[in-house]
Write a protein that binds this ligand. Structure first.
Ligand code: B12
Length: 231
């Protein structure tokens, strides 16, 4: 049977998920959207559809991009397919969420246009009951400061996917320190090239390796903040 003849709704869950791992690779946005809809209709939790079908597929794309098998145009198509699936899951993740936990401003740093991971973190935070103001990509220190003043969030989240842009997080944190604002916010950082050591070295409150860890970490900090406030 050729790929064209595959009827997604006739596949078992395992077969469908395997098929969806190939879809971002082939830039098949509509097939990803259909796959997500089928999984949800079969009673899958939105979070499982996100991680087991979408993120797993993007991981394969990431490995082949790294190894020089895929190039930027293909990866853009993969990202587009991924975003199609995420758009369906976003309201569901938010609907399954908890009461309002706090507020977060999140953005990708200056010089960096990667936004899939950041968007996922934003979605998962919203799903967990946080109000999220997403600043998009390529944010200068001025943009972050402006948003912090306007939104008065509890948490600042910064994302960087390039080794050349990750040092910019320190520029933002140092500016907050200079202005005496650092202690006003919980600063979380993330992105594939970062690690815990880097997070500590630049003065962030925490590095989070993925969106689930980001939610748990944010909840933990918010709990401590509330306890301090009521002590
Ligand atoms: C998709 C992609 C692209 C797409 C981006 C599309 C988009 N809208 O985002 C396009 C094609 C545009 C692209 C462009 C480039 N890319 Co690119 N890209 C990737 C790729 C394959 C996947 C990234 C991704 O989306 N991962 C999936 C998400 C879910 O994972 P994530 O981003 O890590 O996010 C999770 C965690 O890190 C964490 N997290 C992320 N952000 C945050 C923020 C906070 C606050 C928290 C708490 C947590 C958190 O939670 C997320 C969810 O679980 C990676 C490969 C990789 N292994 O990462 C390369 C990669 C990042 N790209 C790379 C490069 C080199 C480039 C280019 C320079 C290529 C070029 N020659 O033009 C340009 C850079 C353009 C720029 N100025 O930014 C390199 C970076 C190498 C390095 N050492 O710096 C990588 C590692 C590929 C490689 N091995 O060569 N890229």
């Amino acid at each position: 049977m050729s790929d064209d003849e595959i009827i997604l709704s006739e596949l078992s869950d395992d077969e469908l998920v395997l098929q969806m791992h190939d879809d971002p690779y082939d830039g098949l946005r509509e097939e990803i959207e259909e796959g997500v809809n089928i999984l949800i209709a079969r009673g899958w939790a939105p979070y499982d559809a996100l991680t087991k079908a979408l993120v797993a597929g993007m991981t394969i794309v990431g490995a082949d991009f790294r190894d020089g098998i895929l190039f930027v145009p293909e990866v853009l198509l993969a990202a587009n397919a991924m975003k199609g699936g995420m758009a369906i899951l976003k309201p569901l993740l938010i609907a399954t969420g908890a009461p309002r936990m706090g507020k977060m401003v999140i953005g990708t740093v200056k010089g960096d246009i990667h936004d899939i991971g950041k968007n996922l973190v934003g979605m998962m935070m919203e799903g967990a009951g946080f109000e999220v103001r997403d600043l998009g990509i390529n944010n200068s220190v001025e943009k972050y400061l402006e948003a912090l003043e306007a939104e008065q969030p509890d948490i600042l989240g910064m994302s960087a996917l390039l080794t050349t842009t990750m040092p910019y997080m320190k520029v933002v944190i140092d500016t907050l320190k200079e202005k005496g604002m650092r202690e006003d916010y919980i600063v979380l950082v993330g992105g594939a090239p970062l690690n815990e050591e880097f997070g500590k070295a630049i003065g962030a409150d925490a590095y989070c390796r993925d969106a689930a860890v980001a939610v748990e970490t944010a909840k933990g900090f918010m709990m401590r903040k509330h306890n301090r406030a009521s002590a």
